[in-house]
Design a protein around this ligand. Structure first.
Ligand code: FAD
Length: 332
């Protein structure tokens, strides 16, 4: 359904809507997939997951950072979250976006911000810091920054997006780093990325196998796709790959039962927990991946039979309602 996907991706990239949404707080079920916006709420969520034998990677939400002050503010928020993780002795690390640290207007500033985060992470038992990948246009920035930092720090890694034709080269290049492998969440041109689910899935399996056979560091396989997960489990059995060399990851609020089941089978499991008030872009990307996600989030308000029928309509109508609400709010 490329039309719907494009619709939600376009909304996710709209800075006006993103800013407006911050003021109205998480709506349309977004509160089910974002772990609040106070540190105590976040720590409660992490503790709940840790009690189920599930680790956490925290994402301090926020993408449209256009000034030095905003990037320094984001860095301070990330450092505060790290302080709280350390003080409460919970099993969690950080996922950060270079755009939030200032990369879109000053790459050197983003590098310095990230370096400060890594220095703090070293004080906190080498807490892992993952650089999330964003749009393809920013991939070279991530590579430049990572290549400067990987000599100095051992606790930094990044994400490889399987929809990119040239992702195999990066899997090879970063064999020594901790990597997360994903399908890829952004809309990319066919000159650089596979467009169909079949092609992306096939390439995803290729890089997972390539990585599991050759990696010299930990691997995170981040997907909600049970077919991929089952394939990986079988591949690991066939090739006698140690479960402790890898983990599965999912996003907070999605397929929690499956996550728990996999953790109970003895696999390492980490949940990616988004936190903070800048929820709109993140939530729109989740709808772009799977418009039914919205129906799942509001399912207690709708009878199960109607969900299937109304899924996509509900998603569209709710988004438009939010659009109007944000618009009204900003005119006030
Ligand atoms: C922990 C984590 C971190 C990520 N980090 C990044 C990043 O840094 N950069 C980036 O570009 N992308 C990132 N992503 C997003 C990723 O690239 C995909 O866009 C996203 O995970 C959707 O793809 P999928 O592999 O989950 O499977 P999909 O292709 O979305 O789904 C495959 C199948 O799985 C089933 N399924 C999926 N979701 C559900 C559900 N909620 N309930 C029931 N069945 C379901 C359905 O049968 C579906 O057809 C991340 C994803 C995760 C989980």
């Amino acid at each position: 359904m490329p039309l719907l996907k494009n619709f939600f991706i376009t909304l996710s990239n709209n800075s006006y809507l993103n800013n407006a949404a911050k003021k109205v707080g998480p709506k349309m079920g977004a509160n089910k997939v974002v772990a609040g916006n106070t540190i105590p709420e976040l720590i409660n969520t992490i503790e709940d997951l840790n009690n189920k034998n599930i680790a956490v990677t925290v994402d301090n939400l926020g993408e449209f950072v256009g000034t030095i002050e905003e990037s320094l503010h984001a860095k301070e928020q990330i450092l505060q979250i790290m302080d709280a993780i350390h003080q409460h002795n919970v099993n969690a690390h950080m996922s950060v976006k270079l755009s939030q640290l200032g990369a879109e207007f000053d790459l050197e500033l983003a590098y310095e911000n990230l370096r400060e985060i890594l220095l703090k992470a070293n004080e906190y038992n080498n807490m892992h810091i993952n650089i999330d990948t964003e749009k393809y246009a920013s991939l070279q920035q991530i590579i430049q920054v990572l290549d400067r930092l990987k000599g100095e720090f051992r606790n930094v890694g990044t994400v490889i997006q399987a929809y990119l034709y040239d992702c195999h080269d990066l899997v090879d290049k970063y064999q020594d780093l901790r990597l997360r492998l994903v399908k890829g969440a952004y809309k990319e041109d066919e000159s650089i990325a596979f467009q169909s689910k079949e092609d992306v899935d096939a390439n995803y399996i290729k890089i997972i196998e390539q990585r599991l056979l050759n990696a010299r560091n930990f691997t995170s396989i981040a997907t909600h796709d049970h077919n991929i997960i089952n394939h990986v489990k079988q591949f690991m059995k066939t090739h006698h790959i140690d479960k402790n060399k890898m983990e599965f990851q999912m996003l907070y609020g999605f397929r929690s039962d499956l996550a728990q089941q996999i953790a109970n089978e003895g696999y390492n499991f980490t949940i990616y927990v988004p936190y903070g008030d800048d929820w709109f872009g993140y939530f729109m990307r989740r709808l772009a991946e799977r418009p039914q996600n919205l129906s799942l989030a509001v399912k207690e308000f709708i009878k199960p039979k109607s969900i299937k029928r109304l899924g996509i309509t509900t998603a569209l109508i709710s988004t438009l309602l939010l659009f109007l609400k944000c618009f009204k709010h900003c005119r006030r």
